[in-house]
Design a protein around this ligand. Structure first.
Ligand code: CP
Length: 303
């Protein structure tokens, strides 16, 4: 039985197979519409979500399966003090696979230890979000035709942004990928990522707070929201929240074929005027998330 807790749980070959399957589903969804007849997906969301939970549910419904679950800790017995270990023991007899989002880093890994069904990490605190990475990868691969030989700018909250951590951890496994990490000093990537992944992996990267300066070099600009819910005090959040706002003035520095990705939700870090720019692909990215989650469900259920 396989779980997906961290991006490194999948080899590059497995990633490529999942992306190819996702693209095949995208082209011919009808072919896959009954593969999971009789199967159930549980969505255990202890933290708010729009895209991840609903795209997982859409994915299972598109495959012919059914869904059950909860969308907040308050509406589950976690509110009465039940542990993740006990919850997953129970859910293992109600469903065939589950996706879990939890504010505590490592909670889905704990669930996997007690589970009889595949556990998918749908975001754990400020740590990892491997299925957002699959979504990012299928978007890049579909639009650019490759996952190597590129410069990726990551901008915003690189400290608490779990999508950034998972995407860096994954993209370092492809050839000739360079990172420009754009953030305020207080929101730089965590030390473990800089040391154990970038430095030890001998990866080409720059840390800066200058978006315009590096914009002309970027093939992808991955914008992120400042993660209000992870701050210890509101004062710091208010001071940092508007550090980077992408608008048409800044886009004048960008390549004609640079793509703008964002895991969403967006607050105000991308001005609405950018939405009509053909390089803005964040809504398409969210759409692709359904296909790649269908591919992941099929992979973990051994179809
Ligand atoms: N990208 C993402 O995880 O969005 P949600 O928080 O809406 O699931």
């Amino acid at each position: 039985m396989r779980h997906l807790i961290s991006p490194s749980d999948l080899s590059v070959d497995e990633l490529d197979r999942i992306l190819k399957l996702g693209q095949s589903i995208m082209k011919n969804p009808e072919k896959y519409s009954h593969i999971c007849d009789g199967k159930k997906l549980a969505t255990l969301f202890y933290e708010p979500s729009t895209r991840t939970r609903l795209s997982f549910e859409a994915a299972m419904l598109n495959l012919g399966g059914k869904v059950l679950g909860f969308s907040s800790a308050d509406s589950s017995s976690a509110a009465k003090g039940e542990s993740v270990a006990d919850t997953i023991r129970i859910i293992s007899s109600y469903a065939d696979i589950c996706a879990m989002r939890h504010p505590k880093e490592g909670a889905p890994a704990v669930a996997a230890m007690y589970s009889k069904i595949p556990v998918i990490n749908a975001g754990d605190g400020g740590h990892n979000h491997p299925t957002q990475t699959l979504t990012d990868l299928i978007t890049i691969k579909t639009l650019m035709g490759r996952l190597d030989n590129m410069t990726i700018g990551m901008c915003g909250d690189l400290k608490f942004g779990r999508t950034v951590h998972s995407l860096i951890n994954t993209m370092v496994r492809y050839n000739n990928v360079r990172f420009i990490l754009i953030s305020p000093r207080e929101l730089k990537i965590p030390d473990y990522l800089r040391q154990e992944v970038l430095e030890e992996g001998n990866i080409d990267y720059i840390e800066t707070n200058e978006l315009e300066k590096y914009m002309p070099e970027l093939d992808i600009l991955y914008m992120t929201r400042v993660q209000k819910e992870r701050f210890f005090n509101e004062e710091d959040y208010i001071r940092l929240k508007d550090s980077f706002i992408l608008d048409t003035t800044k886009m004048k520095y960008a390549k004609k074929d640079m793509y703008i990705l964002h895991p969403l939700p967006r607050v105000n870090e991308i001005a609405a005027e950018i939405d009509s720019d053909p390089r803005a692909v964040y809504f398409k990215q969210a759409e692709y998330g359904v296909y790649v989650r269908m591919a992941l469900i099929l992979t973990l259920l051994n179809y």
